[in-house]
Design a protein around this ligand. Structure first.
Ligand SMILES: Cc1cc2nc3c(=O)[nH]c(=O)nc-3n(C[C@H](O)[C@H](O)[C@H](O)COP(=O)(O)OP(=O)(O)OC[C@H]3O[C@@H](n4cnc5c(N)ncnc54)[C@H](O)[C@@H]3O)c2cc1C
Length: 396
């Protein structure tokens, strides 16, 4: 359809969009504000990223890849993938809220276009972001056992229960939650997805500090929160199907976005290693080989992830295969930041400047790469069962 549009950027395809964006990012003096690598607390970082999103929205660049009805300018996942690559190549951060946008935006566009039209433009402008309320104290890997309940009362749902480990949950303006509308025994068939305003009466958010000290996670409490029924994403009882649609974006588009960031960080690590050598400091044995291995792991991820992005862009359901991308990403992130810890040696452990603090924060966060979005063990089981079709282990 692209050739019929009047927008020359769309007409020429994602590669031309990338070239035009690269020219913009290299010339734009305003972007100096975001071209730094040092650590800042989560709240400050999200505010700076929100300003970057406002700029990208005003100039149109982050509106490609999203439908016009939801504040976008058209295009598909390829445009979003190119945006992340070009930001990282320019030494700019991929705004933290884009991780949530990639996870929650596609299901809202697909299953609740009225909510996408109402709220997605503000997300793209950096004025709001959403939290993903799936996990609970007794339901992480076993999501179908979740207990947070929504009971129908007229044109509303009344929500009671708890969510845990919600990324950016303390500052999110809306919470996309998987809730139980059926019985506990109905497992995944009794679930629905609701968009809840974070400032609705009865919602309490409690920040959880990461090991690095950043307030990035939160637990959420819902005490008879009244939610209009038109906040349903999909039909009542369809929540599991919507969640499965969502997970392929959470695992696949997030992997692409994170691989762009990882490439930027690997370049910075290479430069830091060179500076240490120039200053007469020794690198640990095998450092060059390990930098190379890290790069080839990253290239393998990108090769795989590029195919997944193209599949999503063509409207294909990726489903369980997205777990491949997720497993490769965890390998890259843990390997990259373990290597940074060794290469930067005493600077990593003791360095007090913003750059060293950021390496430490990234190392801590990379410990969760095998947990968030579904643990590595669960991903491998999905691959064994649904992609490779391996026989089930015999019960002893
Ligand atoms: C940094 C971070 C951000 C997160 N952000 C969000 C968010 O925004 N929204 C959200 O809803 N959740 C979020 N989570 C939660 C995350 O999705 C869960 O932690 C994850 O799904 C694991 O669930 P759990 O913590 O309950 O662990 P459990 O499910 O209790 O698992 C504990 C251990 O048992 C293993 N295990 C469990 N079941 C099996 C099985 N069947 N086979 C083999 N091994 C198994 C797991 O692999 C794990 O090692 C986040 C987590 C982290 C660390």
């Amino acid at each position: 359809m692209e050739h019929r549009t009047a927008d020359p950027v769309l007409a020429e395809g994602p590669a031309a969009y990338g070239r035009a964006l690269r020219a913009h990012l290299s010339e734009e003096p305003l972007l100096k504000e975001w071209r730094h690598t040092g650590h800042v607390p989560t709240e400050e970082r999200m505010a700076a990223h929100a300003r970057l999103m406002a700029h990208l929205y005003k100039t149109g660049w982050n509106r490609y890849g999203w439908p016009k009805e939801a504040g976008g300018l058209g295009g598909d996942e390829r445009h979003r993938a190119v945006l992340y690559d070009e930001l990282a190549a320019a030494g700019l951060p991929v705004p933290g809220a884009h991780m949530l946008l990639e996870t929650l935006g596609p299901p809202v566009v697909r299953f609740a276009p009225h909510l996408a039209a109402r709220h997605l433009p503000a997300f793209l402008r950096g004025e709001e972001w959403w939290g993903q309320g799936f996990s609970e104290p007794e339901a992480g890997s076993d999501l179908a056992g979740l207990r947070c309940r929504a009971r129908r009362e007229g044109n509303t749902y009344v929500v009671s229960g708890q969510k845990l480990w919600t990324s950016h949950g303390a500052t999110a303006t809306r919470l996309v939650c998987l809730v139980r509308t059926g019985t506990l025994e109905s497992r995944h068939r009794g679930l629905s997805m609701l968009m809840i305003d974070a400032d609705a009466p009865g919602v309490t958010t409690r920040p959880i500090a990461l090991a690095s000290g950043d307030n990035e996670l939160a637990e959420l409490f819902f005490d008879d929160v009244v939610v209009p029924a038109d906040r349903l994403i999909g039909e009542e009882g369809q929540g599991w199907g919507v969640a499965m649609y969502l997970l392929q974006f959470e695992r696949a588009m997030y992997a692409w976005l994170s691989s762009a960031e990882a490439l930027r960080r690997l370049r910075e690590l290479r430069d830091a290693a060179a500076s240490r050598t120039a200053a007469g400091k020794r690198l640990p044995g095998g450092a060059a080989l390990r930098l190379g291995t890290c790069y080839t792991d990253l290239v393998a991820l990108r090769a795989r992830s590029a195919r997944t992005v193209l599949a999503l862009a063509s409207g294909r359901t990726v489903g369980p295969e997205a777990s491949v991308d997720k497993v490769l990403l965890a390998t890259v992130e843990t390997g990259l930041f373990d290597l940074a810890r060794e290469v930067l040696a005493e600077d990593f452990v003791l360095g007090g400047d913003a750059g060293a603090v950021q390496w430490r924060a990234d190392w801590w966060y990379s410990r969760s790469a095998t947990i968030l979005g579904g643990s590595a063990e669960v991903q491998r089981t999905i691959l064994a069962d649904h992609v490779l079709g391996l026989p089930r282990e015999a019960k002893p």
